[in-house]
Design a protein around this ligand. Structure first.
Ligand code: CTP
Length: 398
């Protein structure tokens, strides 16, 4: 899919720049043509020589290099690509992008282009979480910039948390998705998936049996149709699909926050099995048996993510879809749920044990909309996902 695709790769100044070298190799293996741009800070981490040797191409390093201007002006450079990839995208580079600076070659290229842009952020966890960076992220989402990562994990600075640049193969998958031609190209879609874990104490939690299979299949189907998918998942057994912007969460509250941060989106699909309650004052230390007798757990209601998104007064996605897993009066319950939550569609299914649907490979659903119930035959969860994705594409195109 990447054969002959022209990628303008901007390498920012962070320790993750070394991974950009592997990324170049992976892209060229797939037949992509990589034009590298190295920022001044980037050149502190990897040398222009290694970048150009791996890319098999000239590396552009400075806005005011007259030879470059004679060969190819910066405006043309930014427009002659199918996709601009920024990896690593540092906090500084993202701030420049969000504010429209043109203070060096990289920021000028990013401002001068109408080519789609994908960024792979990499920075210290505190820098990522800082309100200024979070504001910039929201601005960049609003500007239609696609993201891959950052991942959670140990960082070169010795801290742990979100901020690690996505791995080269994850970036390749995101590039594939960004270049995919499909009816959902240019659409940003939020999918929630998996269970949530609500802590009782640091070692115990309340969970449910959701595997995340249906939500994962939906996200995968949307990526195939060219959508930019924000995948917010609880701790699920099913591995997340490739090519999505992945956010891993534990609790319903964290899931809601991740969903808010993902807005604006064209559509939201809430496939997660969100716990309805959390333990009101979860213990910060392990609850010991014995002395105090049996623990008394007090519960509080969790936010309803689907209802919150469906009832947004500003920035409501054009299409909001929920699920209803029922064991009796499936259609009536689902119709009532659609109205109560304020969503556009409900995908209703019967999860009575005799159906074998919960935890199984197949699903049998009815799509409830304002036009009534559309019964689909029993099919694999992948086929349900494909059919739903096609329906979403059709509806957003109207
Ligand atoms: N949902 C959500 N946030 C919650 C609870 C549910 O986003 N806190 C979403 C689910 O992702 C699903 C839909 O709401 O799309 C249906 O959830 P369900 O738990 O079946 O609905 P409830 O409102 O809990 O109704 P009931 O308890 O009657 O089944």
């Amino acid at each position: 899919m990447l054969a002959s695709k022209r990628i303008l790769l901007i390498i920012g100044g962070g320790i993750a720049a070394f991974k950009a070298l592997d990324l170049i190799r992976r892209l060229r293996e797939r037949g992509a043509v990589v034009t590298p741009v190295l920022t001044r800070a980037g050149a502190e981490f990897v040398t222009p020589l290694s970048v150009s040797a791996l890319a098999g191409a000239k590396v552009y390093t400075d806005l005011f290099d007259l030879t470059d201007e004679a060969e190819m002006g910066h405006i043309q450079l930014s427009r002659s690509a199918d996709l601009i990839v920024v990896a690593p995208a540092t906090a500084d580079l993202m701030a420049k992008m969000a504010q429209g600076h043109a203070s060096d070659l990289a920021s000028t290229l990013l401002l001068a282009t109408d080519t789609p842009v994908l960024i792979a952020p990499a920075m210290n966890v505190r820098m990522w979480q800082h309100p200024a960076t979070q504001r910039n992220i929201a601005t960049l989402h609003g500007d239609g910039i696609a993201f891959t990562g950052p991942n959670d994990g140990d960082m070169a600075c010795g801290e742990h948390g979100p901020g690690r640049m996505a791995e080269p193969l994850e970036i390749v998958a995101a590039i594939d998705a960004a270049l995919a031609e499909g009816p959902l190209k240019g659409r940003r879609i939020l999918v929630t998936s998996g269970p949530t874990h609500e802590p009782i104490d640091p070692v115990r939690y309340i969970a449910n049996r959701s595997s995340g299979a249906q939500g994962t299949a939906i996200a995968r189907a949307l990526v195939r149709l060219g959508a930019e998918v924000v995948f917010v998942t609880g701790p699920a057994d099913t591995p997340p699909p490739d090519g999505v912007e992945l956010h891993r969460v534990q609790t319903a509250q964290q899931m809601l926050e991740a969903c808010h941060a993902a807005l604006p989106v064209d559509a939201a699909i809430c496939a997660a099995a969100v716990a309805d309650w959390h333990v009101k004052s979860a213990s910060t230390s392990k609850i010991k048996k014995g002395a105090g007798g049996l623990p008394q757990l007090e519960f509080a209601e969790n936010p309803d993510i689907l209802a919150t998104i469906a009832q947004l007064s500003a920035g409501r996605p054009a299409l909001v879809i929920g699920f209803a897993a029922e064991t009796n009066d499936v259609i009536q319950n689902a119709i009532a749920k659609r109205l109560r939550k304020g969503c556009d569609w409900i995908v209703a299914n019967d999860v009575s044990p005799e159906t074998g649907i919960m935890g199984g490979a197949d699903n049998e659903v009815a799509l409830i909309s304002d036009e009534g119930a559309d019964h689909w035959p029993r099919m694999s969860k992948a086929d349900v996902a494909n059919r739903l994705a096609a329906r979403i594409a059709e509806t957003l195109a109207k």
